[in-house]
Write a protein that binds this ligand. Structure first.
Ligand code: B12
Ligand code: SF4
Ligand code: SF4
Length: 348
């Protein structure tokens, strides 16, 4: 049965599948509790809720007997770091350059789940991608898809780093796969690549320093000390993933809807800073970026402008100092001062 499910899942578009028991990650509960106790989740208050379920998949749905973990590749065609060297452009993380993966993965999980129920009448399923209290990375490791690298994400010898995770919990008994072990060895490339030093130790992250958290999850003004470190990253960050030597073996993305939209590959910061609410929603319809709203997005763009050192942006920045959103007006003020002081340093 398991091999038939695997064959169907791969045919449906997933890149890999593995199976584990719901109680396969006993260490995760305590590690999650420590992460939350240290406040490393920042403003993501939902991580501190339902800790019992998040830390213990067997408690989430006691009738479940197996967890089917699925990997969905979104490997980029371009060098993801190229854009980071272009200060007048905004760097959007690879995963967010086209359609929202939540929608695509969830639909595919349901396709596999429906087929499974047809094959095994009486079996029940629940599908999860990202938003439920389920720790997908340790489950993925237990199911043999890959291992949690020192950057804490799951990577695989044949998958590389660029893949999403989805889970199907089922009442069906399936033979578990062998858990994967770490193949990081002495490598520290991801830890060294992080622009904000967000790893207090290998295999641990402090989300409060992570650019992905700061640009996507954090509302209100970002700590001024961290703003210069954002560079031109305006939504998410790929530096630790891109640094990994295992990407040499990364499988190609099979889903065309993750391929970068032309206008999101190297967007000009001044076009993005001028977006109003309607313009923002039109540009990011169907994209994961839509979720953060115009204000947080323009806030991020203004930090990037402040970091550009490019006085051509000054007029745009000055016009946003009176923006009704306090985080936007604060970011505009900061960017104006930073651009003007860069001008002073140039002796212009
Ligand atoms: C919260 C969250 C974030 C937060 C916190 C990140 C984090 N690492 O926890 C923020 C906003 C920063 C974030 C960023 C990103 N995210 Co995110 N995120 C999540 C989410 C919703 C929950 C993760 C979670 O439970 N974290 C809590 C911590 C405590 O868990 P953990 O990282 O597994 O922690 C483990 C380690 O600390 C480890 N550990 C601790 N001590 C030790 C010691 C040793 C020796 C070892 C071996 C391990 C170890 O044990 C813990 C438990 O396993 C998941 C979806 C989900 N429901 O699982 C997606 C998810 C992890 N994110 C994902 C992605 C793609 C990203 C980004 C790459 C997006 C981007 N490009 O900007 C970045 C990557 C940043 C990074 N280096 O992690 C994918 C990762 C896919 C994969 N292949 O792993 C997921 C799975 C979403 C999905 N469905 O595909 N994310
Ligand atoms: S996503 Fe960027 S900021 Fe976050 S841990 Fe990785 S390299 Fe650091
Ligand atoms: S860059 Fe090195 S340490 Fe980091 S996940 Fe990849 S192999 Fe592991």
């Amino acid at each position: 049965m398991k091999e038939a499910i695997r064959a169907f899942a791969l045919e449906a578009g997933f890149s890999a599948m593995g199976v584990c028991r719901p109680d396969a990650i006993p260490e995760a509960k305590e590690r999650l509790a420590r992460f939350v106790a240290e406040g490393r989740h920042g403003q993501m208050g939902w991580m501190a809720e339902r800790l019992n379920w998040r830390g213990d998949p067997a408690a989430l749905w006691p009738e479940a007997r197996s967890v089917i973990m699925l990997a969905e590749a979104y490997t980029p065609d371009q060098d993801p770091m190229e854009i980071v060297g272009r200060p007048d452009r905004g760097a959007i993380s690879v995963y967010a350059r086209n359609r929202d993966y939540h929608d695509i993965v969830k639909k595919r999980l349901k396709t596999v789940g429906r087929w499974l129920i047809e094959q095994a009448p009486g079996a029940q399923i629940k599908v999860f991608v990202d938003t439920a209290p389920v720790m997908e990375k340790p489950l993925g490791q237990a199911a043999g898809l890959g291992w949690q690298g020192k950057h804490t994400n799951l990577l695989g010898r044949e998958l590389g780093s660029w893949f999403f995770l989805g889970a199907i919990f089922t009442t069906l008994e399936l033979e578990p796969d062998k858990a994967e072990i770490s193949h990081c060895g002495t490598c520290t490339s991801c830890l060294d690549a992080c622009p904000t030093n967000a790893f207090p130790a290998p295999y641990q992250i402090d989300a409060r320093r992570c650019i992905s958290y700061l640009t996507i999850e954090h509302h209100g003004p970002v700590d001024p000390a961290l703003r210069p470190l954002l560079g031109n990253r305006i939504y998410g960050c790929d530096d630790c993933l891109a640094a990994c030597p295992w990407n040499k073996f990364a499988v190609a993305a099979r889903e065309i809807r993750y391929a970068a939209r032309e206008e999101l590959l190297e967007p000009h910061l001044s076009d993005l800073a001028r977006l109003d609410d309607a313009g923002f929603r039109a540009l990011f319809s169907g994209s994961p970026i839509k979720r953060i709203g115009r204000n947080r997005f323009v806030r991020n763009v203004l930090y990037a402008i402040g970091n550009s050192g490019d006085l051509a942006f000054l007029e745009t920045v000055l016009s946003l100092r009176s923006d009704p959103d306090p985080a936007v007006s604060n970011a505009a003020e900061w960017a104006a001062i930073r651009l003007q002081s860069a001008k002073g340093t140039d002796g212009a």
